[in-house]
Design a protein around this ligand. Structure first.
Ligand SMILES: Cc1cc2nc3c(=O)[nH]c(=O)nc-3n(C[C@H](O)[C@H](O)[C@H](O)COP(=O)(O)OP(=O)(O)OC[C@H]3O[C@@H](n4cnc5c(N)ncnc54)[C@H](O)[C@@H]3O)c2cc1C
Length: 482
């Protein structure tokens, strides 16, 4: 079994050159995942638009998704209704239908070859029939037609329903096709260009990158986790969840499915393979990721009993009221726009974010802008959720500080070197890789991820390779020892 994502396995392209000098622009998009590239597509005919990415476009979390374009998203409508009300949950549903239509329109308009397939979406209960009943009630009230049915595979379920108007696609083929379209447009793309800070100066923003400075009238941040600290917003209103996925050869009627229970697993097919994902947990919890991935593997083998070819893991941001955060940072910064917290539904919400952010940047009306705005009021559920979450992140922070001078695993340990807490990894050839063990973002201690051989921050999700190179933010700096 290889530890890698099937989407990355199939896509190769040469990065566009990085920034080489200081530049000025009207709108700067930072981050080219599904959200950033969708924003660039919406702005492709405008003058003065620049998109930068710290690596290659599409290689972030989007390259580790399961690639479903569906509005049957587990128990989300019930969760939103609890945090807000029925009207908000039904508007969210409407926004997801709109996003699916946008994706289909783009695929048709630009002739994108991304293995798009229409197939049935199943929603099922492994044990929580009450929750599924609530979802049925919600769908009835919103006039979505569904059918009671059996699941077409052998995984535990008590009750299931299906709809027939959802899709799956190859997320990276979709993104790289958009990248090609944008390269030919007015938008300027710089890859391998990492933003490290933003400052506001009179009537423009100055973004510092490792490669040059950019002055921009408007900034759109699509970096998954916003890479700069915003007091009172991030990390307070967000939490991170780690999820696992695997791919195995398996011929079956093609469909996609997800359950409503607390332990979530999802299924889709790609070519003659099944992709099973799920077993999420808060990032700060269960920091032995290998053990967590083994749970998914055990589950798969129990019900399908097949060889597994690939497995991968990644994390996504969830908001404490289950609605994504898309829009202006706040009243004082109307020209600083953000898209984050897609609650593991970033294919639809990333595409939607592109439209909302582009409309806001161009001072146009957008019917969903108020639904996802960042300064929406906080409900009681939300407050308790985010206090608990922050308490746990704090506990993890202290916990990681205590794992000093201790062997993590065979070949990995933490040691004080020249007064600096350092992480040491001995590779298969006996070579030592020594890095700082402190995350440059908010000084959490890093833990070793045995699956990917990376140093990961269990508090806010930054990741580094064994030589200290930054792989994923919010950190903007490496952890190489000087
Ligand atoms: C296991 C799993 C399965 C999922 N399956 C589905 C699914 O089936 N359907 C669905 O709708 N959603 C799914 N999701 C959710 C979805 O994958 C994510 O919500 C989405 O990919 C996030 O996209 P993004 O554009 O916000 O982030 P990313 O794809 O991570 O893009 C952010 C980009 O910003 C760049 N960047 C970061 N920092 C900087 C910086 N300082 N300077 C410059 N660039 C920077 C990165 O290099 C990256 O390219 C799944 C999530 C998980 C975890």
């Amino acid at each position: 079994m290889e530890q890698k994502s099937v989407w990355l396995d199939e896509i190769k392209f040469k990065a566009k050159p990085s920034l080489k000098e200081d530049i000025n622009c009207d709108i700067l998009i930072i981050g080219g995942g599904i959200a950033g590239i969708s924003t660039a597509l919406e702005l492709k005919d405008e003058d003065g638009v620049v998109l930068i990415d710290k690596g290659k476009i599409g290689y972030g979390v989007t390259s580790h998704t399961t690639g479903k374009l569906t509005y049957l998203q587990g128990s989300i409508y019930d969760d939103i209704e609890k945090a807000h009300n029925f009207k908000t949950a039904s508007r969210y549903l409407e926004s997801q239908l709109y996003a699916i239509k946008m994706a289909l329109d783009n695929i048709k308009k630009y002739g994108i070859k991304c293995d798009l397939e229409k197939n049935n979406s199943y929603l099922f209960a492994a044990y929580d029939v009450d929750k599924l009943d609530k979802m049925k009630k919600f769908l009835k009230k919103t006039k979505i037609k569904y059918e009671e049915c059996d699941l077409p595979v052998n995984i535990p379920n008590i009750n299931a329903i299906k709809v027939n108007d959802t899709f799956v696609f190859h997320p990276l083929k979709y993104i790289t096709s958009l990248r090609e379209i944008i390269i030919k447009s007015k938008v300027q793309i710089y890859e391998n260009t990492r933003a490290t800070s933003i400052s506001f100066e009179k009537d423009y923003y100055k973004v510092t990158t490792l490669e040059g400075n950019i002055k921009a009238k408007k900034i759109i941040i699509c970096t998954h986790y916003p890479f700069f600290v915003i007091p009172g917003l991030m990390p307070l209103r967000l939490s991170l969840e780690k999820s696992y996925a695997l791919l195995s050869p398996y011929k079956n009627e093609k469909f996609n499915a997800i359950n409503v229970d607390d332990e979530v697993y999802s299924v889709r097919f790609y070519k003659d393979n099944i992709i099973v994902g799920g077993f999420s947990h808060p990032l700060y919890k269960n920091i032995n990721y290998k053990k967590e991935e083994d749970k998914l593997i055990y589950f798969y083998k129990k019900y399908f009993n097949k060889d597994i070819e690939m497995a991968w893991q990644t994390h996504d941001l969830t908001s404490h009221d289950y609605l994504p955060m898309i829009g202006r940072l706040n009243k004082n910064h109307p020209n600083l726009l953000i898209a984050t917290a897609f609650n593991k539904w970033g294919m639809t919400n990333g595409i939607l974010a592109g439209k909302i952010l582009a409309d806001l940047a161009l001072n146009k009306q957008n019917k969903y802008a108020d639904l996802f705005r960042l300064d929406r009021p906080i409900s009681f559920t939300k407050v308790t959720n985010f206090i608990t979450n922050n308490f746990m992140v704090g506990k993890t922070y202290i916990g990681t500080k205590l794992i000093k001078n201790k062997d993590f695993y065979k070949n990995v340990h933490i040691e004080m070197i020249d007064g600096k807490c350092s992480g040491i990894y001995n590779d298969e050839n006996g070579e030592k890789h020594i890095v700082s063990n402190t995350c440059p973002h908010l000084k959490c201690s890093l833990i070793f991820n045995k699956l990917d051989k990376t140093w990961d921050c269990p508090c806010h999700g930054s990741r580094f390779d064994i030589d200290g190179n930054l792989l994923e933010g919010p950190s903007v700096f490496d952890i190489k020892l000087k």
